[in-house]
Design a protein around this ligand. Structure first.
Ligand code: ADP
Length: 260
């Protein structure tokens, strides 16, 4: 599939199905992601892209199939035949591998930027406060916001809030980062600054990154592989140069004609 094919995958989604009521959002979906790969998920609204990210974060469960992160099962079968996240200790360990940045920057409004970034490492990983602060300052510097460490979220622009949200997710040192339409709630003039940070992350780290986006130009420059989804299935996937310039499937062509 890609140059990474010989390396064991960091994420394996294996025949995963998921319904909300009668509506089947994911239908026997299978794909894998190689370590350090940058994967963009594109497709029409409602095709199941966000649901995939939420399932990887165990914010939604699955009906059937397997998800393995670094070879370990994320969900297991409960008595009664329901798939649920594994026990608390396992879940905690698995969740620590994955960070997510959401469409709406959900910073803690009553805490300054620095406290937003240090809270989780101190509380959930037992990192010493001073060490967490030092690391947070490095991360804020990387997202260009070291001078806002003491600011409150309400004093920041949307783009700045989203950059803090990225720094906050990175503070837990995940191996996998999920980005769910992180620019779609932003005013157009603020989109670039957030994309620039993500570009830098993609270039300078070996984190595995999954990105749901409507920014096709960004997906093109950022991703090693683009997956086009429709109705819970992968219609087509490949390097951005192929998917964007020479899509094989009619549904991909139609989608790209509308959006670009
Ligand atoms: P996308 O990210 O591609 O826009 P989503 O994964 O957000 O798609 O949603 C896929 C479908 O599942 C949509 O029709 C959405 O309304 C539905 N859906 C998502 N989450 C829920 C939920 N918690 N309860 C019921 N329906 C949901």
């Amino acid at each position: 599939m890609t140059a990474h094919a010989a390396v064991p995958p960091i994420i394996e989604v294996d025949r995963v199905s998921k319904s909300f009521g009668d509506f089947k959002v994911l239908d026997e979906l299978s794909f894998s992601v190689a370590p350090a790969e940058k994967l963009a998920l594109i497709g029409p609204s409602g095709s199941g892209k966000t649901t995939i990210l939420r399932i990887l974060m165990t914010l939604e469960s699955i009906d059937s199939g397997h998800i393995r992160i670094e070879g370990e099962e994320l969900y297991h079968m409960e008595k009664g035949g329901r798939l649920v996240p594994a026990d608390e200790a396992h879940l905690h360990r698995m969740r620590a591998k994955i960070g997510m940045v959401f469409q709406l920057f959900n910073l803690f409004p009553h805490m300054c930027v620095l406290d937003n970034v240090t809270l989780a490492p101190v509380l959930t990983k037992g990192v010493a406060k001073e060490a967490a602060k030092r690391r947070a300052m490095e991360l804020l510097d990387m997202v260009g916001l070291a001078d806002k460490a003491k600011a409150m979220p309400a004093q920041l622009s949307g783009g700045q809030k989203q950059r803090v949200a990225i720094a906050r997710a990175l503070a837990l040192e995940p191996r996998i980062m999920l980005f769910d339409e992180v620019t779609s709630a932003l005013d157009p003039e603020l989109v670039e600054e957030v994309l620039a940070v993500m570009h830098r992350l993609a270039r300078e780290t070996d984190m595995t990154m999954l990105l749901v986006t409507h920014e096709m130009g960004f997906a093109h420059d950022f991703a090693d592989r683009v997956m086009f989804f429709d109705r819970g299935r992968i219609v087509e996937q490949g390097p951005p140069s192929e998917i964007f310039t020479n899509p094989r499937e009619e549904r991909t062509q139609g989608f790209l004609r509308k959006i670009i």
